[in-house]
Design a protein around this ligand. Structure first.
Ligand code: SF4
Length: 374
């Protein structure tokens, strides 16, 4: 298994809470960026060293803002460069307001077989507050259109954990989502990230994060309602109809190699090197156009302790947990006493070779994992 991630950092406007690297489309020459991406692809053809990547994920930003022909062209360049014959998953992130029958048809022709649609909420009042560009009705229409166009693998995103979201509104959001029966659901808790409009509101006392007990209760409602609707949770923020778990995203938690292309994209060689591209389109394009003074890639070589901590952190994100025999012995011995303590408190369940965090404690998983870090 190996995957390719392509970052398409263009948005029509910025959402209140978002800190992903993106630029307003139109203010930058997106064609130059696409050419730069192609240059990076040809530069990185040896990344996988004999392994054929089998997933492509185009994220952003808002990849659905681009023309379907541009998506198809990029996908062709990737397929040819990496010798991809079979793709097990090709995901495109789409915003509901971009989902037209023409684009859907173009995405299908490009080989996209999975859509990840950023719904975030079915409450118009909340969508306006979040600065989303779509309404609840548009989100539903986008989903129906995608189905009509033949997409049978669709993921919908929701956000919870923000001020003003009542229990009833949250239940209604989940009920509206399950009524559509997407194959996959990703759900994230809103957080205040530096540099966002939400951070400014919080700094000026115009926004207050809800108490963690409320967020925990909403997370629990989500787990229960999705389970009742036939979804299986497989990761802290991800749920799927059995067999429809995201192959590409799973590669992040399985520590298999993935190559991130584009400004701000991250890569991992599957062993000990993580690298990140600069989150600046001008520098990225400049470097790819031949300006050798611009350094766009930053490599981080993981120490053995870093690798161990990563295995703990990524493995315990998964509901299936982590195999103890995959951990290095001397380091495992060091954390044994903490592990025994966490098992005695019920924070960790130990079943033979497997350790995992029980679903009812996944909401506080960060704190549990940190206790196991070296
Ligand atoms: S959430 Fe998506 S659409 Fe909104 S600003 Fe971030 S990348 Fe753009």
């Amino acid at each position: 298994m190996a995957g390719i991630y392509i970052h398409l950092p263009f948005c029509s406007s910025f959402c209140l809470y978002c800190d992903f690297y993106s630029e307003i489309k139109g203010r930058v020459q997106h064609r130059r960026y696409l050419d730069a991406l192609k240059s990076e692809i040809s530069e990185r053809v040896d990344f996988f060293a004999g392994v054929f990547p089998d997933t492509i994920y185009m994220g952003g930003g808002t990849p659905s803002l681009l023309d379907a022909e541009e998506i198809a062209d990029l996908a062709d360049v990737v397929r040819n460069a990496f010798g991809i014959k079979i793709l097990h998953e090709f995901t495109l992130e789409a915003n509901p307001d971009d989902v037209t029958p023409q684009k859907l048809e173009g995405w299908r022709r490009a080989g996209v077989d999975r859509l990840s649609i950023g719904v975030q909420s079915f409450c118009d009042e909340h969508l306006v507050w979040m600065r989303r560009r779509h309404t609840s009705a548009q989100a539903i229409k986008a989903f129906i259109r995608a189905r009509e166009a033949g997409f049978n693998n669709i993921s919908l995103d929701l956000i919870f954990g923000f001020e003003g979201l009542s229990d009833e509104q949250w239940r209604d959001n989940i009920a509206q989502l399950t009524a559509l029966s997407p194959e996959h659901v990703s759900c994230y808790q809103m957080s205040i990230e530096p540099g966002t409009e939400l951070a400014l509101l919080a700094d000026s006392d115009h926004y207050h994060e809800p108490p963690q007990e409320i967020c925990a209760a909403h997370y629990s409602i989500l787990q229960q309602m999705l389970e009742q609707a036939g979804y299986r949770q497989y990761e802290i923020s991800n749920f799927a109809i059995p067999g429809r778990e995201s192959i590409h995203n799973s590669s992040y938690w399985e520590r298999v190699p993935y190559l991130g292309l584009g400004a701000s994209a991250h890569s991992f060689d599957g062993r000990s090197c993580r690298c990140s591209n600069i989150a600046d389109m001008k520098s990225y394009i400049g470097a790819m156009e031949g300006n050798v003074s611009l350094k766009i890639r930053n490599d981080e070589i993981l120490s053995e302790d870093d690798k161990f901590n990563e295995q703990i952190m990524l493995g315990l994100r998964k509901v299936a947990g982590l195999s103890l025999s995959s951990l290095e012995n001397s380091r495992l011995a060091k954390i044994k006493p903490v592990l025994e303590h966490l098992t005695s408190t019920g924070d960790i369940i130990s079943e033979g070779d497997i350790i995992r965090i029980p679903k009812e404690r996944l909401f506080v998983s960060d704190g549990i994992m940190q206790q196991l870090f070296l």
